[in-house]
Design a protein. Structure first.
Length: 345
């Protein structure tokens, strides 16, 4: 076959070339554009023809090579436009719900704190806050703590500064109540949630810091019956309508008379279990009528006004609601513990 016939045959093959998939396209590329393509043989055949014809055949071969490159681009574009999705492979189901990003959980103490605030807000209590570093007057003296009271001792209080200008981390949120009484006129109806500090050994049942929520109500003709009614409402709202309460005599420097409030055990429903030590009752807070000396220290006339106060540990309420047996879990930031409360509120 002459060189002219070879060129015409290759030109015809290029024009008639068809591919149906990427594999066929690759075979075409190797044949016409690869390192050992078909045109190398044509260039070798140039040495066997007359010198005056070499220029003409060389140009024809170059044009044919360019034609093969253009045809390759056409076939490649055709393959790319006709590629179909392989239905045998797993497809994305757009109707399925998305897997959302992992979200955090509210802390159990924050959940209980918010619930307590909402419970008392329904009966008119507002929220008051104050500093965690307090002077002696607001933390002790204005609350009728005598100079020799053991709570003033270093073993119970974290003192920042001793002496004439004594400063300490507050041991209760009653200090906030003192500030409210000093800066407000009765009627006063407020709760004071916040963190407090005690110089105690850390264990499953005690910690050097914890959270309190204290309440104060001062107005004319406030009685112990009003206190009992308020606490009965609180217990039923937090622990359920079937909850019962009882008040036992106690002592606090800032209230007189004073009492401890017990609720019927939330676990055994008052029948007796190891949590309530088979008594059927659980102690949850202290309360009482505001001592007249406390009212007078805040420039409130104790002959005209009276009031009641109560205070509870938020950890204690959370313990009863969620049956948490170790106080240290609240401050360890263990995600295995915290993730249990994602749907608690």
């Amino acid at each position: 076959m002459s060189l002219k016939e070879k060129i015409e045959q290759i030109q015809s093959d290029i024009a008639a070339a068809k591919v149906s998939n990427a594999e066929n396209l690759e075979q075409y590329r190797i044949k016409y554009l690869g390192a050992k393509n078909i045109f190398k043989g044509l260039y070798q055949d140039l040495k066997d023809i007359a010198a005056e014809e070499k220029k003409e055949f060389g140009q024809r071969i170059n044009a044919l090579k360019k034609s093969s490159e253009d045809r390759f681009e056409e076939l490649k574009a055709l393959i790319d436009s006709t590629v179909k999705v392989d239905t045998t492979k797993e497809q994305i189901d757009l109707s399925r719900p998305v897997i959302g990003d992992a979200i955090g959980a509210r802390h159990p103490l924050a959940i209980v704190r918010k619930q307590l605030i909402e419970v008392f807000a329904k009966i008119g209590f507002t929220v008051s806050e104050g500093p965690e570093i307090e002077d002696d007057w607001h933390n002790f003296s204005a609350l009728n703590f005598p100079p020799e009271h053991p709570a003033r001792d270093m073993q119970d209080t974290f003192f920042i500064e001793k002496g004439e200008n004594e400063m300490a981390l507050r041991t209760h949120t009653s200090s906030v109540q003192v500030r409210v009484m000093e800066n407000s006129k009765p009627p006063i109806r407020t709760i004071s949630p916040g963190r407090v500090y005690r110089n105690e050994a850390i264990s499953a049942r005690a910690h050097c810091f914890f959270h309190q929520l204290e309440g104060l109500y001062i107005d004319k003709n406030v009685s112990f019956a009003d206190l009992k009614q308020t606490l009965d409402y609180f217990a039923r709202e937090v622990f359920g309508e079937e909850t019962k309460i009882r008040l036992r005599p106690s002592y606090f420097p800032f209230t007189e008379p004073s009492a401890e409030l017990d609720v019927s055990c939330t676990i055994c429903k008052g029948k007796g279990c190891n949590v309530c030590k088979y008594s059927g009752w659980l102690e949850i807070l202290g309360c009482g009528m505001v001592d007249p000396a406390v009212l007078e220290a805040a420039n409130i006339d104790s002959k005209v006004y009276s009031g009641f106060a109560f205070g509870m540990g938020v950890e204690r309420i959370a313990q009863l609601k969620y049956r948490v047996g170790d106080l240290r879990l609240y401050s360890e930031n263990d995600m295995r513990f915290l993730d249990q409360f994602k749907s608690a509120y």
